[in-house]
Write a protein that binds this ligand. Structure first.
Ligand code: UTP
Length: 294
């Protein structure tokens, strides 16, 4: 039996420049999809994947994330006195939801660097990484799908998605061979190599890494060993490539739909689709959309 994945790291110290000006004084992770901040979707996915220990890597100007998962006595008192039981539950459930720790990344030196900041809190055990601006709608939570593969192979696993050639340069892209796992060869891959943000002509495949990972603790040694890469940042993809020299890394084409909510268009798409699915809003929102002469 391999050790269980108990902890999830949420890097949330990036500057969110694609979403300016909204992210000038407000963390991208707190942008709401309908009425719930992006990071809460990620935290709920971790909990639904039986991962209870949440480690959030924050930076300057990110205190609203801590406040969101904290108790708000004043609001609870107000809702209690006004007998708004449903809203009170909504507010309490957030602070009751998780055991959360925070660690700070003083400078946004890259995703790999942000993950390394969590190494003391993670210790020498496998852990998950969730980029909360990738919101994933799936019947089985994406993280759960990766944990299942990890528990079988005891190795690192990254979530993969097919991406059209004209968008591939925005991602880490893998060179990988299919693996027959329980008779299915179309979802699981063993990764041979990976490239961060390749030109379309240099991309080794159309399979891109998206924001869910299960990593073995040796990744910390790899992050420590690599120099800054693309954009002068310590890249997680470069650390994974370093890890590949000694350890297998698998990729799993997850079942579900991913929205890039850190991007304005992706955020709008997610907002519309999530709102349409809501029992309380879906009907009238659909009617409203139909009434627009598009
Ligand atoms: P992104 O690539 O989305 O970067 O980071 P960003 O800075 O947040 O946003 P843009 O591209 O400027 O709009 C992916 C994830 O890694 C975290 C981000 O918070 C996000 O969750 N990150 C990135 C850090 O925590 N620290 C960093 O130094 C860089």
């Amino acid at each position: 039996m391999y050790p269980k994945v108990r902890k999830a790291v949420f890097p949330a110290a990036g500057l969110g420049t694609r979403f300016l000006p909204a992210t000038k004084a407000q963390p991208k992770e707190m942008l709401p999809l309908v009425d719930k901040p992006l990071i809460q979707y990620g935290v709920e996915e971790a909990i639904q994947s039986s991962i209870q220990n949440i480690i959030i890597v924050t930076g300057r100007g990110k205190s609203s994330i801590e406040d969101h998962f904290d108790v708000n006595f004043e609001m609870e008192h107000l809702l209690e006195s006004k007998k708004k039981g449903d809203l009170l539950k909504l507010v309490r459930d957030i602070s009751d939801m998780i055991d959360v720790c925070y660690v700070r990344q003083k400078e946004a030196l890259g995703l790999g660097h942000a993950v390394l900041r969590a190494s003391e809190l993670v210790g020498r055990e496998p852990f998950a990484v969730v980029l909360s601006d990738d919101v994933i709608d799936a019947e089985i939570p994406c993280l759960r799908q990766l944990v299942d593969i990890h528990e079988f192979f005891g190795a690192s696993v990254v979530a993969l998605m097919e991406v059209p050639a004209d968008q591939i340069s925005a991602y880490g892209v893998v060179d990988a061979e299919p693996v027959d796992h329980h008779g299915a060869r179309d979802r699981l891959f063993r990764i041979r190599n990976m490239v961060e943000k390749p030109k379309p002509s240099e991309a080794p495949s159309n399979l891109a890494i998206i924001g869910r990972y299960i990593l073995v603790p040796e990744i910390f040694d790899s992050i420590n060993a690599i120099p800054p890469g693309a954009g002068g940042e310590i890249q997680l993809t470069d650390a994974l490539k370093h890890l590949l020299r000694n350890r297998p890394v698998y990729g799993y084409k997850f079942e579900g739909k991913r929205y890039d909510a850190g991007d304005k268009l992706g955020f709008l798409k997610a907002t519309v689709e999530f709102a349409l699915r809501r029992a309380d809003l879906g009907g009238p929102f659909r009617e409203y959309l139909k009434s627009l002469s598009l």
